[in-house]
Ligand binder design. Structure first.
Ligand code: GTP
Ligand code: MG
Length: 418
C-alpha cells in the first residue's frame, strides 16, 4: 500500500485535504509514547490503495514543540512513499523553509500550495509552473475549502514516481564540509539519511545528540567538528542555516512571487493590528471577555437560558409528565426513586445534561466559533505570547489556561480540539 504523509505548518489546510482524500475511514489516536493525536485514513484512487497520515503542524524539521517532535518522528519512522507538503500561498517565503529542508533530506515531496483565494485577496500571485521548474517537484494549487485542485492531487499521486529533485540547497562551503565530514562518521541508523542526521547534529537537535552520544563510536570527533564550526560563527547554527536558506528562498521568490498592492490596510487589517498591539489589544480582550464570555455565556447561557428552560419546560411539563408515567406504570419503589428520586436519573441526570449543561456548552461553543472563525484567537495568542513564554508556554495556551480557571472540563475539551 502506498503511504502518504501530509506535513506543513499549522493552519494551512492539511486536515481539510486529509478529509477530502480519506472520506470517512479515519482513525485518530495518540502517536505511540506521546499525547499528540494523529489521524490515519485509507483511500482508493483509481483502484490503488493508499494509507494517508495527517500530522500536527510543524514549521521546521528541528522541533520546538511536542507536535513538531511527533511530526518529525513520524516522517522518519513511517518512511512515506509520498510527502504531501501543504503550504500557505500567502506566506510562501516562510513556508518554503520546511519544503527546502524536506527536499534536502531526500523526501519524495509533492508541494500543495493551498489558500490561493486568500493569497489573491492579499494581492499575492504565484507562478507555480516556474516554482515547479526551479524545485523539480510537482506543485499543485488548491483552495481546499472549495474543493478546488483536490482532484489534481489525486491525479498527481497516481502518476508520482520519485526522481531526485533538481534543486539542491548548498550552504556555505564550511557548513557543507562539516555536513559531509559528519555524515561519513555516522554508522548507526536513526531512520534518517546521514545528511539529515548531520544537518540535525550541527543544529544541536537535542534528541539526536543524546542518541548519537550513546551509539556513535566517533561521537567525540563529530562533537569536535560541530564545535569547531560553531566557534567560527557568532550566532547559533540553526539561525545561520535559516538565514542561508532564506537567501535561497528570496532568490526563488524573485522569479515566482508577484505582490500587487491591491489595498493598503482596510477595515480588516486595521482591526487585526488593533487586536495585536498591547495598548489596544488588552482593552479589546477585556471587552471580549466581558461581553462575549461573561454577558453572553455567563449571564445569557448559564443564567437566563438555564432558568428559562427550567421554569418553562422542566418544572411545568417534563417533570410532571415523566413523574406521572413513572408513578402510574412502574410498581417498584426502588425503580421509581432511581428515575424520579432526589438524585434520580431523570430529575438529576437529564436535568443537568439538558437544562443546565446544554445551554452553557452551546452558547460557549457558539461564541468560541465566532472568535475562532473571525481569526481573533491567533491574534490573541500573539498578544499573550510574551507573557506565556515566561512560564514556559506559548501564546496558544491562553485559551485552555483562561478556561481552566473556571472549568477544567471545558479547558480539556478545547485543548484536545486544537
Ligand atoms: N480561505 C481558505 N481557507 C482554508 C483553505 N484551506 C483550509 N482553510 C481553512 O483553514 C483553517 C485550517 O485548516 P486545517 O485543515 O484545520 O489546517 P491544518 O493544517 O490541519 O492545521 P493544524 O492541524 O493546526 O496543523 C480552517 O479554518 C479551514 O477552513 C483554503 O483553501 N482557503
Ligand atoms: Mg490538522
Amino acid at each position: 500500500m502506498t503511504k502518504m504523509v501530509l506535513v506543513g505548518s499549522p493552519n494551512v489546510g492539511k486536515s481539510v485535504i486529509f478529509n477530502y482524500l480519506t472520506g470517512q475511514y479515519v482513525a485518530v489516536s495518540n502517536y505511540p509514547g506521546t499525547t499528540v493525536d494523529i489521524s490515519r485514513g485509507y483511500s482508493k484512487i483509481n483502484g490503488k490503495s493508499y494509507e494517508i497520515i495527517d500530522t500536527p503542524g510543524m514549521y521546521s524539521l528541528i522541533p520546538l514543540t511536542e507536535e513538531e517532535r511527533v511530526s518529525r518522528m513520524l516522517l522518519c519512522q513511517e518512511q512515506p512513499d509520498i510527502v504531501l507538503n501543504v503550504i500557505d500561498a500567502k506566506n510562501i517565503r516562510r513556508m518554503l523553509h520546511l519544503t527546502l529542508q524536506l527536499i534536502d533530506m531526500n523526501f519524495p515531496v509533492v508541494l500543495v500550495v493551498n489558500l490561493i483565494d486568500e493569497a489573491k485577496k492579499n494581492g499575492i500571485f504565484l507562478r507555480l509552473e516556474c516554482l515547479s521548474d526551479i524545485l523539480g517537484i510537482p506543485v499543485i494549487a488548491t483552495i481546499a475549502t472549495k474543493g478546488l485542485g483536490l482532484e489534481k492531487i489525486k491525479e498527481e499521486v497516481q502518476e508520482y514516481s520519485f526522481i531526485k529533485p533538481r534543486f539542491s540547497l548548498l550552504y556555505s562551503p564550511d557548513i557543507e564540509q562539516a555536513i559531509h565530514f559528519i555524515s561519513e562518521k555516522i554508522n548507526e541508523d536513526y531512520g534518517l539519511s546521514p545528511r539529515m542526521a548531520a544537518f540535525l547534529l550541527i543544529q544541536g537537535d537535542k534528541r539526536l545528540c543524546a542518541l548519537a552520544s550513546r551509539k556513535e563510536h566517533a561521537f567525540s570527533k563529530i562533537l569536535a567538528k560541530v564545535n569547531e564550526l560553531k566557534s567560527s560563527y557568532q550566532n547559533d547554527m540553526e539561525y545561520i542555516m535559516a538565514v542561508e536558506r532564506q537567501r535561497a528562498i528570496d532568490h526563488i521568490c524573485d522569479s515566482v512571487l508577484e505582490e500587487r498592492n491591491l489595498h493598503s490596510g482596510g477595515m480588516g487589517e486595521t482591526l487585526s493590528r488593533l487586536t495585536r498591539e498591547p495598548i489596544t489589544g488588552i482593552p479589546i480582550l477585556c471587552l471580549v471577555i466581558f461581553f462575549g464570555i461573561y454577558q453572553f455565556v455567563g449571564k445569557f447561557g448559564a443564567g437566563f437560558l438555564v432558568e428559562y428552560l427550567d421554569i418553562n419546560f422542566f418544572l411545568p411539563y417534563a417533570n410532571p409528565l415523566i413523574g406521572y408515567y413513572v408513578y402510574q406504570h412502574i410498581p417498584w419503589d426502588w425503580l421509581q426513586s432511581l428515575i424520579m428520586g432526589k438524585y434520580g436519573v431523570f430529575t438529576l441526570g437529564f436535568r443537568y445534561a439538558f437544562i443546565i449543561i446544554l445551554p452553557i456548552v452551546s452558547t460557549f461553543f457558539f461564541m468560541f466559533a465566532i472568535l475562532e472563525d473571525s481569526g481573533y484567537l491567533p491574534r490573541l495568542a500573539m498578544l499573550m505570547d510574551c507573557i506565556f513564554k515566561r512560564i514556559g508556554l506559548n501564546g496558544r495556551a491562553v485559551i485552555p489556561f483562561a478556561l481552566g480557571l473556571g472549568c477544567g472540563t471545558m479547558a480539556v475539551m478545547v485543548r484536545s480540539k486544537r
